[in-house]
Design a protein around this ligand. Structure first.
Ligand SMILES: *Cc1c(COP(=O)(O)O)cnc(C)c1O
Length: 382
C-alpha cells in the first residue's frame, strides 16, 4: 500500500504534546500549481493569484511568500485590511482589493499602495475626489450582477477619463460549467466594454475561467481555488495537485452492535455488528455538520492506510464517528491520525458529500489543529 503523503513530504508521525490533529499545507504543490496555471495561459497573459480570506484558509504569510517565490507579482484580496497585511509581507507586490473602495478609505488605500477594484459610480467618484491617489482597476459587470459598473456607466467613465486606470476587469458567473451559454455572452460584453479603454490591461478569468480557453485569458488571470488544490470546474483537467491534508486523531475505538444508533439524534443505525473510531474533528474544526450521515443518506468518507472509512451519524462540535469495520486489527489505534481530506480523499469529494464546494471547506478550517507548512516553496523540487 503506497502512502502518497509519506512518500512526498517530510512527515513526522510523532505528535506534539496535546496535538489534536494537523493541517499540512504543501507549499511546493502550491507553487507548482501556480506554475502549471501560468504555463497554461495564452502567450503574454500574466498569472496573478487570489489570496483573499487568508489564502483560502491556508495561511497568508507562507502561501503568499511561496507564490511570490514562484514568480507571482499581482495579488487579489477582498478587503483593505487583507491588503494592508499583504503589503507588509510583500512590499513590491501589486495588490488589488476586489471588494472595491470602502467609503472614506481612499487615504488608507494610498498609504498601503492598495489598488481598489472600483465597482460602482460612487466608488469612481470618491476615488476621483480623493485625487485618484494611485493605480486602480475598473470592475465592470457583464452578467453576474454582483459588483461592477454597467456598460453605460463604464462608458461615462471612459468619456470623463480616470487617471491611473491600470486594469479593466469582470467576473464570470458560470465559469465552472464550460458549456453554460452565459460564458460566451459575458465574454462578448467584456470585449465591448474593455474596448472603451484602449491600452488598459484586461482581466476576466478566475481558476475555472482559465480552463474555458485562451479567449478568456486576456492580460491577467486571477486564479484562487485551483492554486490551493480545489477543482474549480467540472472539467476534470482543472484539478491540480492537492495542497492541503487534514488529519485528525482517533480518541477511542469501540464496538457498535447491530441495531444500535450512534451520535446526536440517533440518526444512524448499525445494520450489522461493527467497529467505530471516534475522531477528534467536528464542525467547530470546519468539518461541516452536513458531512455526517443518517439512515437516509450517506456522508463523507475518511481514509486510513488504504481504507475508506464512512462517517457515521451526525458530526458533533468536537468529534465524528467513522466506520473502521473493514480495517485490519491494530491499524486504527487510539491516537492514530486519519485523513479527513488530502491526497487520498479529495477536498471536493468531502465537500460534495456535505452539499457544498471545496472553497467553503478550506475557508472554514478551524484553529484547533496544528498547522504545518512543508515542501519546497520554489516548486522546483518536489
Ligand atoms: C475569488 C475571486 C477570484 C478567484 O476565484 P477562484 O474561483 O477561486 O479561482 C477571482 N476573481 C474574483 C472577482 C473573485 O472574487
Amino acid at each position: 500500500m503506497t502512502d502518497p503523503i509519506s512518500s512526498s513530504l517530510p512527515r513526522t508521525h510523532t505528535p506534539q504534546p496535546g496535538d489534536n490533529g494537523r493541517i499540512t499545507i504543501d507549499l511546493g504543490a502550491l507553487a507548482g500549481n501556480w506554475k502549471a496555471l501560468s504555463a497554461r495561459l495564452a502567450d503574454g497573459t500574466e498569472c496573478g493569484a487570489a489570496v483573499k480570506a487568508d489564502c483560502y484558509g491556508l495561511g497568508d504569510a507562507p502561501c503568499m511568500s511561496a507564490l511570490w517565490q514562484a514568480g507571482c507579482r499581482t495579488f487579489f484580496v477582498a478587503t483593505p485590511q487583507e491588503g494592508a497585511r499583504l503589503r507588509a509581507l510583500l512590499p513590491e507586490a501589486y495588490v488589488y482589493i476586489l471588494n472595491g473602495l470602502y467609503p472614506g478609505d481612499a487615504d488608507y488605500y494610498a498609504a498601503h499602495e492598495l489598488r481598489p477594484c472600483l465597482g460602482s459610480p460612487d466608488e469612481v467618484a470618491e476615488w476621483r475626489a480623493a485625487g485618484a491617489p494611485g493605480p486602480a482597476a475598473l470592475h465592470v459587470d457583464t452578467g453576474i450582477s454582483r459588483l461592477g459598473l454597467s456598460a453605460g456607466e463604464a462608458a461615462e467613465v471612459a468619456a470623463d477619463g480616470l487617471p491611473g486606470l491600470s486594469l479593466v476587469m469582470s467576473h464570470l458567473a458560470c465559469a465552472d460549467t464550460p458549456n453554460a451559454p452565459s460564458n460566451a455572452g459575458q465574454l462578448a460584453r467584456f470585449r465591448e466594454i474593455a474596448a472603451l479603454f484602449p491600452g488598459v490591461a484586461r482581466s476576466l478569468a478566475n481558476s475555472a475561467g482559465i480552463f474555458l480557453g485562451p479567449d478568456f485569458h486576456f492580460d491577467l488571470a486571477r486564479p484562487g481555488i485551483a492554486l490551493y488544490g480545489g477543482q474549480p470546474s467540472n472539467d476534470a483537467a482543472s484539478r491540480l495537485a492537492p495542497v492541503v491534508t487534514l488529519e485528525a486523531r482517533i480518541l477511542q475505538t469501540h464496538a457498535l452492535a447491530r441495531g444500535e444508533t450512534i451520535g446526536y439524534g440517533a440518526a444512524w443505525t448499525a445494520p450489522v455488528d461493527m467497529r467505530v473510531a471516534m475522531v477528534a474533528a467536528g464542525y467547530a474544526d470546519g468539518y461541516l455538520r452536513s458531512a455526517g450521515s443518517s439512515d437516509a443518506r450517506p456522508g463523507a468518507d475518511a481514509w486510513l492506510a488504504g481504507y475508506r472509512l464512512p462517517a457515521l451519524g451526525r458530526v458533533s462540535m468536537d468529534m465524528t464517528a467513522f466506520d473502521i469495520s473493514a480495517l485490519p486489527e491494530g491499524l486504527a489505534e487510539r491516537g492514530a491520525f486519519i485523513e479527513l481530506f488530502g491526497p487520498n480523499i479529495g477536498v471536493d469529494e468531502v465537500a460534495a458529500a456535505a452539499g457544498t464546494i471545496g472553497y467553503e471547506l478550506l475557508t472554514s478550517l478551524g484553529h484547533r489543529f496544528t498547522r504545518r507548512h512543508v515542501g519546497d516553496p520554489t516548486g522546483i523540487t518536489r
